[in-house]
Design a protein around this ligand. Sequence first.
Ligand code: ASP
Length: 361
Amino acid sequence: RCSSHLTDGSWLLSLVTVATVALTRWSHRHVLDLAAFSREDFATMLELSARFRAIPMGGQRRIPALQGRLVTTLFFEPSTRTRSSFELAARRLSADVQSFSPASSALSKGESLLDTARTYVAMGSDVLVVRHGCSGVPALLARDLEQVGCKVAVLNGGDGLHSHPSQALLDLFTLARYFNAEAPGLEALQGRRIVIVGDLLHSRVARSNLWALTACGADVVLCGPESLLPQGFEQFVSAPPPGQELDPVAQRGSLRLERDLDRALEGADAVMTLRLQKERMRAHLITSLDAYHRRYGLSHERLQSCGKTVPVLHPGPVNRGVELSGELLDDSRVSLVEEQVRNGIPVRMALLYLMAATEDG
Ligand code: ASP
């Protein structure tokens, strides 16, 4: 599909070769949760993302890898980055794109989620990117669509507290590139100490990152107050999630819990901070934003506890001055926040390509 259309550029040959091999290795019809990914899957994603990132994408340039394919974004929760990034990624692969908004849809007339999804499949959708406030909805939809014989692939765009695969994959790619820009593969992540600080309790991003980072051999330190990081969270990847019998990764990196941020930062190679998800909090889980920032907020001074310069990541949207200081957020020598956004496009191109490029969809 790719090779017959692309005709110029030194990036082309390696892209076509890598993309063809990646397709033969890929076995996931849907992408719902990174707990199902093997080390080989992560390696494939990193490699293909790097190739897509290397494409000179100035102006209106498109590559015709998904010409004739239709990608539908079904977002039942607000989104600034994920939705537009998926839509841009799909367009750059020459797919057609359709967006669904709950407010202006027939859902308000009582149509079920399954029937809504089937409507888009009937229009020819090959991939449904689904975001929902309830954990498990993309998986249920994928199962129900299969049961009624629909061939569409479902990509989880973030569900409840459960999972946000594309965000964790772009975080992984951003870290791998930071550690080794020439070869951003599994080796770049092996043995790295990554601190994740903040509202882990409500974070689907953190949960997906735990599967991804430990699969790639990183050692993760979790940090936050008990109200946002319950005791036992460090057991998170010790057993596959319900419904999945086996862990596809033979040996994972470690997980450790540390309440004190300065101690957590000692020896860190990178720090990921998470938004306080006020919209999901049912009770007062912190005493005040100021107190939270003093104990768990990142700043240039705070990062000195790492003993060296380390990069800071945040999935966005950021509460400026709460999870991290404005000065740190704007310091492009340390903050990878905009780099994460940029990397989201090639990573989502890789995901969409792997899920939609084969003839049987
Ligand atoms: N944008 C991310 C998500 O949808 C993180 C966040 O909202 O804090 O999960």
